[in-house]
Write a protein of this length. Structure first.
Length: 87
């Protein structure tokens, strides 16, 4: 099997796919009502997914994606870390 694929190594492609699946699964769960936007799980899926995608963008030197995914990770972090308030 070829070690290099267009846009990075096989390992990097795998990491990028995992990151994308984490972000997309958070969005799908939100849209279907399986997760609340205030839940730590929603924040964690977004944070870790975007952090992985940021890392891959840094390795590849993709400044637009570094900005997008880095901001997504920073914005997602408080939702993952905050305590949920009970009414």
């Amino acid at each position: 099997m070829r070690e290099q694929l267009a846009g990075g190594s096989l390992f990097q492609q795998g990491v990028a796919l995992v990151g994308a699946l984490l972000v997309l699964s958070a969005y799908a769960a939100l849209q279907t009502g399986r997760l609340d936007r205030e839940s730590r799980t929603f924040g964690a899926l977004n944070f870790f997914g975007s952090a992985l995608l940021t890392w891959i963008a840094v390795l590849d030197g993709r400044w637009g994606f570094i900005l997008l995914e880095g901001a997504w990770a920073v914005i997602s972090a408080p939702g993952m870390l905050r305590r949920r308030r009970h009414p």
